[in-house]
Design a protein. Structure first.
Length: 118
């Protein structure tokens, strides 16, 4: 399981959105969208490399995601369920739905998702 910080997720989101790209491209995107300095971005990229989330390819410091967005989401969801809901997915699901009224279409979609998992 790879645990990514919010900053690391910002870097990963650029790669997941744009595909393999240079560290400079990531730094440019995050400078524009978040206001990060280039050194900040490079530091976070190196942390992602150390965690095994990114693979660096030379020349030109091309970054390749070694973990998919779906894998990261699954890991982070599992971590959230364990931390906040004592491992109970039912409790998480109830908390997510507890305050909202769902449309018939949304209910049907959830039923299809559950049926596919059975």
């Amino acid at each position: 399981m790879i645990k990514l910080t919010d900053a690391e997720l910002r870097v990963m989101n650029v790669i997941w959105h744009d595909g393999d790209c240079s560290a400079k491209h990531i730094a440019d995107v995050l400078a524009e969208t978040v206001g990060w300095h280039v050194n900040t971005t490079y530091t976070i990229i190196h942390k992602c490399i150390e965690k095994g989330a990114i693979e660096r390819e030379d020349p030109k410091f091309i970054c390749h995601a070694k973990v998919s967005k779906e894998e990261a989401q699954a890991d982070m969801t599992e971590d959230l369920v364990n931390k906040l809901y004592d491992g109970s997915k039912n409790s998480l699901f109830a908390a997510l739905l507890g305050k909202d009224t769902l449309s018939d279409e949304q209910i049907a979609k959830l039923r299809r998702i559950v049926a596919e998992m059975e």
